[in-house]
Design a protein around this ligand. Structure first.
Ligand code: PGA
Length: 255
């Protein structure tokens, strides 16, 4: 599916003042420099981006991104941030459609898709998150729910041409911030289903698909070895330099 490096994406959510974010970044730089197979993608809170950017200063195998992005370059959109504003501080990607955006802040599938295409049109890569709720899972509606989240993205014009800038993160809502990740078979099957959705709409170059939701140093190796898993989007386990170092070491040990 892809020959690119394993993606270890750290979603720092609403954590760390700038100084702390910079310190964690500084502490992981030597490990990132030496990594052969893995790229670390850091997504600090928005105001932490400049401080992390200063520390990175073109460092290898590590990229900086945001946790959301508006589709317009500027305008009357209180509380939002645009791709040019993120790029000004060295961001090369944005997470879009994270379950907390969808379920806590009520962002619709269309809003998420519009954000994604706006960001890719401005040159950012996008980690586009999809995932079913516990009700979806228990009601046997997982695939339907994922399709509903992806459908507006497929209908956005330009998505075929820009598909190389899109990375999907499959994150079951019920597994985020929980005790255990989804079962391995479920991850493999769902990644296959997602890939199929792209192929069925005529997008032959299927984006890399990350798994996210309760990834930890205990289960990361097993998850990365699953077919169709291009990396992970990780919350809690990435909230310290030591955590990221250990995750990186695991990713590096898997060929
Ligand atoms: P978690 O969060 O790793 O803490 O479960 C994952 C995410 O929200 O992306």
């Amino acid at each position: 599916m892809t020959s690119r490096k394993t993606i270890l994406a750290a979603n720092w959510k609403m954590n760390f003042l700038s100084e702390e974010a910079a310190q964690i970044t500084e502490a992981i730089l030597p490990d990132c420099r030496d990594s052969k197979r893995t790229e670390v993608w850091l997504a600090p809170q928005t105001l932490g981006i400049p401080a992390v950017s200063r520390v990175l200063d073109g460092a290898k195998n590590i990229r900086l991104g945001a946790q959301n992005c508006h589709w317009e370059k500027s305008g009357a959109f209180t509380g939002e941030i645009s791709a040019p504003m993120l790029k000004e501080f060295g961001c090369t990607f944005a997470i879009v459609g994270h379950s907390e955006r969808r379920w806590v802040f009520g962002e619709s599938a269309l809003t998420c898709a519009t954000r994604a295409i706006g960001a890719v049109n401005e040159g950012l890569d996008v980690i586009f998150c999809v995932g079913e709720t516990r009700d979806d899972r228990e009601g046997g509606r997982t695939i339907e729910a994922l399709r509903e989240q992806l459908k507006p993205l497929f209908y956005e014009s330009g998505v075929v041409e820009k598909v190389e800038q899109i990375i999907i993160a499959y994150e079951p809502v019920w597994a985020i911030g929980a005790l255990t990740p989804a079962e391995p078979e479920r991850i493999v099957d769902t990644h296959c289903e997602i890939a199929d959705m792209f192929i069925k709409v005529g997008i032959k170059k299927v984006p890399p698909i990350l798994y996210g939701g309760s990834v930890s140093t205990d289960n990361f190796a097993k998850i990365l070895k699953l077919p169709g898993v291009a990396g992970s989007l990780i919350g809690r386990a990435s909230w310290s330099a030591e955590g990221i170092r250990q995750l990186l070491e695991i990713a590096e040990s898997i060929s």
